[in-house]
Design a protein around this ligand. Structure first.
Ligand SMILES: [Zn+2]
Length: 265
């Protein structure tokens, strides 16, 4: 290749990352809608079948109805056939992933590190939205995320020794199981599902065993705040969004002195 990566301006790579993020966001919009329905076996569908169609009129979408962000703007948020309003979740995922990918490439350059961490936080956002909407954290996402964290640790891509990643995964599962048991005894309700434990194992695999204490502390605190904000007494607040928010906080502040104290480093 005659064209060196670093001869192209950073702005070019940031824009490319935003476009890639928006395209991935378009796909994750499908995942967010279909994966919980596949888990619950509500309908005959998978990620590729049936083709994208309007849930109102059932008309198959043309390719120009499927362009991330652009189609939503051109169609003014309505189906091109029947004018029914299009759900905002797709647009949210497209914009959010464009921002995540552009942000990591702007901060870390067009590098393997940007790819690894943008990928990690993209999957976490998908899990957050699914848990928020359906109270589910599908194994099809949490388990591969955990394995990916362990495998990446073997080549040092998460700046973590394999030992810390393995202990993070196993310890994360056990610690949250313990927290869930204590909650159950104290309040007589099941506050957490198995998906929360598997997500915590994945976070441990990516962020390491030292991150477990701050992850438990912040996710518990954020979960209480979330439950208060939602004010739903009949239905418990999902724990996944609190775990994801705690992971963002721990990753963003991992070099800060106060965070290193919490990590015991
Ligand atoms: Zn329609």
């Amino acid at each position: 290749m005659s064209l060196e990566l670093n001869t192209l301006p950073a702005a070019f790579w940031t824009v490319m990352a935003a476009v890639l993020g928006a395209m991935l966001g378009s796909f994750t919009g499908v995942v967010v809608y279909r994966l919980p329905r596949m888990v619950l076996q509500e309908a005959e569908l998978n990620l590729a079948f049936p083709a994208s169609h309007c849930p109102s009129c059932g008309e198959n979408l043309h390719w120009w109805h499927n362009l991330p962000v652009i189609s939503y703007a051109l169609l003014r948020g309505r189906c091109g056939f029947c004018q029914a309003p299009i759900g905002r979740v797709n647009l949210f995922m497209e914009l959010a992933l464009a921002l995540i990918w552009a942000g990591f490439v702007a901060a870390l350059g067009p590098s393997g590190q940007a790819l690894v961490w943008a990928g990690f936080f993209s999957v976490l956002l998908v899990l957050l939205v699914i848990d928020w909407q359906t109270m589910l954290l599908p194994d099809a996402l949490t388990l591969p995320l955990m394995w990916a964290g362990l495998l990446l640790a073997t080549v040092g891509a998460t700046q973590l020794s394999l030992g810390l990643a393995v202990w993070g995964a196993a310890g994360g599962y056990m610690v949250l199981w313990l927290v869930a048991e204590v909650f159950k005894r104290a309040r007589g309700v099941d506050g957490m599902g198995g998906g929360d434990l598997k997500l915590m194992a994945a976070l441990g695999a990516w962020l390491g065993a030292w991150a477990l204490l701050p992850l438990v502390l912040f996710s518990s605190l954020l979960h209480v705040l979330l439950a208060l904000a939602m004010g739903r007494r009949d239905q418990p607040a999902p724990f996944g969004p609190a775990l994801v928010a705690a992971a963002v906080l721990v990753w963003a502040c991992r070099e800060q002195a106060w965070m290193r104290v919490l990590m015991g480093l």
